[in-house]
Ligand binder design. Structure first.
Ligand code: ZN
Ligand code: ZN
Length: 305
């Protein structure tokens, strides 16, 4: 499985003192040049996929897996997380999951890479830790949201918020090293903006009673609040009204009691919305939903996009 981990030049070291129990890290034994391949394996192809709710359910049923799942799951798409298929035994497939985060990282992902295809993004001296910025892999709805960074770099942000793909400076620096999912999220921002207070969630299909029996790709995607949203707060904005139409399948139609309303290319909250509530809009026509004229006027909010 481990085709070329360049292990001659790196070693795994215990990092308990720095990061806490059972934490390890990967360190350079020799000088590694920028662009050099550090890790290549195919674990990602074998990993199991779960939604966030599924991961939280696994932890609920088996609390001792909390640390393992929290440390070693990673985002591969909206509300989709990869995790070693050996997770029940708390076994990772190999050490590719041991790269720690740094706010001033030495590594990034190679072409089409995730944690299993890591390259040096600058010259790395012997003794330096091999790290990447977790902002090239995770978004706001990740499990490790709010992680306190212990990288000790000069530009350390402390608490990690995982909204870095929204920051043009970060994107300019790291886009080529991002995972395919984060590249997609970054490019999406050109025509589709969601507030950091909501995320695209996968909902189990109505005709399925068992959430483990169906293909995750068949799950319906819907925009869901991640944090509390205030009345009249902007939750989504699209490049044009056509884009609203194109993406409205993420906003569920509800003509009875929608919790959001559309003005032009923007979507606002009708009232205060708690976390983990699906966002709904009245598109105006049950049989053939189309974005309607504003169902509510607001003068208190201007589009920020
Ligand atoms: Zn691997
Ligand atoms: Zn840091």
């Amino acid at each position: 499985m481990k085709i070329n981990s360049n292990m001659g030049k790196v070693e795994i070291r215990d990092q308990k003192q720095r990061y806490g129990d059972s934490h390890r890290g990967i360190f350079a034994l020799e000088r590694i040049e920028k662009g050099e391949k550090i890790w290549y394996c195919e674990c990602g192809k074998k990993d199991a996929c779960f939604t966030k709710d599924q991961l939280l359910n696994i932890i609920k049923k088996n609390p001792k897996l909390y640390n393992f799942i929290w440390s070693f799951s990673y985002m591969i798409d909206d509300d989709l997380f990869g995790l070693s298929y050996n997770y029940k035994d708390e076994n990772t497939i190999d050490e590719c999951v041991l790269f720690n985060h740094s706010c001033d990282p030495t590594c990034g992902f190679g072409e089409n890479g995730c944690g299993d295809n890591v390259i040096a993004i600058r010259t790395i001296e012997p003794g330096e830790e091999l790290t990447y910025h977790y902002g090239i892999l995770e978004t706001e709805s990740c499990l490790i949201q709010g992680l306190i960074c212990k990288c000790n770099s000069q530009n350390c942000v402390g608490k990690l918020t995982f909204d870095y793909y929204r920051d043009p400076v970060f994107v300019n620096k790291y886009f080529e090293y991002m995972s395919p999912y984060l590249k997609k999220k970054t490019l999406e921002m050109n025509h589709k903006w969601y507030s950091i207070k909501c995320y695209v969630k996968r909902y189990i299909p109505n005709d399925s009673s068992d959430d483990s029996s169906c293909d995750l790709e068949d799950w319906r995607k819907g925009l869901c609040s991640l944090k509390s949203i205030s009345q009249d707060e902007l939750v989504a904005s699209f490049a044009s009204e056509e884009h609203v139409q194109e993406h409205m399948h993420y906003l569920r139609h509800n003509s009875f009691d929608p919790n959001c309303y559309i003005i032009g290319k923007n979507v606002y909250a009708c009232f205060d919305i708690l976390p983990e509530v699906e966002l709904t809009v009245d598109f105006g026509n049950d049989s053939n939903p189309q974005p309607s004229a504003p169902i509510r006027n607001s003068s208190s909010n201007d589009a920020t996009n």
